[in-house]
Design a protein around this ligand. Structure first.
Ligand code: XIL
Length: 328
């Protein structure tokens, strides 16, 4: 038996949370997946099971089967559990499209949804992505069903409703494309500042980090993390994966990918950002394989383990950075 420490051990020794997004089906059917998730990570989030679509088969019913399976797995294995996500414009239930609601009905629906879901996991989910991707790429508030019916106040309400049912859980705003200082992270900064001025109960911001190798800017990422922390917010990396650009592959794509992961873990350690969740366990379970839009541009191997669950150079890089043994 190898005496080398696992990624989970390296993270735990350092009070760091290293996580993976999980799918219930793979947990049930693939022992290697289950084993890697349990042995190598000390944090989990359901990749899809807590989204409104999967959770709400009809307007008045819930299906918690998959979400329960993942949350239970996390608790049983002493992991930090992130809940993803309560309010989003994507992955809404199919019946939603045909629903002819008034603004008041939508508000009541969202309130019930948040109360029920956050309430069910009151003692088992540590942190929630309350609102996901509310800001459009040009920095304006995205025109979603929630925004159209309730205006910017939908964010205030969502955070308040979540806090009402679970005062213990940490509540996050989560978004992509805002990892470094740029127009979008500026807009998110302004939005969160407004929420804080209105005393909205928000604890942190999640930076998704769906990234391309070779294009990291760790200094700008560190500056970005620090400015949110200066607002009094916690910052977590919530959905990290690092692909290579299909039309611009470096000589050693796996090394390039490892460098990116290493740099970001180092930024985390420097800035006291203590949670980094990868968006899947192994390359065989990455979401990038299902999106044509992405697969033309991104390689489909963005995670720490390969298709056969072998640790990749990126795995060694993350573990090395966490255990302080990697100085390359
Ligand atoms: C993705 C899942 O990984 C896919 O399985 C699903 O089909 C679509 O959603 N930003 C988010 C995540 O906040 O919820 C998305 O997850 C990836 C982008």
């Amino acid at each position: 038996m190898s005496t080398e420490q696992t990624l989970r051990e390296a993270a735990t020794n350092r009070d760091f949370r290293i996580g993976a997004a999980l799918a219930a089906r793979a947990l049930r059917s693939d022992p290697s997946y289950w084993k890697a998730a349990r042995n190598e990570f000390n944090a989990v989030t359901p990749e899809n099971a807590l989204k409104m679509g999967p959770l709400r088969p009809s307007p008045h019913t819930y299906d918690f089967t998959d979400a329960d399976a993942i949350v239970d797995f996390g608790r049983e294995n002493d992991m930090y559990v992130r809940g993803h996500t309560l309010v989003w414009h994507n992955q809404k239930p199919e019946w939603f499209q045909a629903w002819d609601y008034t603004d008041d009905q939508l508000r009541k629906f969202l309130r019930d949804h948040i109360h029920t879901v956050v309430g069910r996991y009151r003692s088992s989910i540590d942190a929630w992505d309350v609102v996901n991707e509310a800001v459009a790429d040009d920095g304006t508030l995205r025109e979603t069903v929630w925004y159209d019916a309730l205006g910017e106040e939908y964010l205030d309400l969502a955070f308040q409703w979540a806090r009402e049912v679970n005062p213990e859980a940490d509540l996050y705003y989560n978004d992509y494309g805002a990892d470094a200082i740029n127009e979008k992270s500026d807009a998110i900064y302004d939005l969160l500042e407004r929420l804080l001025e209105r005393d909205v109960p928000i604890d942190g911001v999640g930076l998704q980090f769906h990234a391309l190798a070779g294009r990291s800017d760790p200094e700008s990422v560190a500056e970005n993390i620090r400015r949110f922390q200066d607002l009094g917010l916690d910052v977590q990396i919530t959905e990290m994966d690092v692909a290579n650009a299909v039309d611009d592959q470096p000589e050693d794509p796996l090394a390039e990918q490892a460098d990116y992961y290493r740099e970001i873990v180092e930024v985390c350690l420097e800035t006291d950002c203590d949670t980094l969740v990868t968006w899947g366990v192994h390359d065989g379970s990455t979401w990038l394989r299902n999106f044509k839009d992405f697969s033309k541009r991104y390689t489909d191997d963005p995670l720490l383990f390969d298709d056969g669950y072998e640790p990749k150079p990126a795995y060694d890089a993350v573990k090395g950075a966490l255990s302080g043994t990697d100085r390359s």
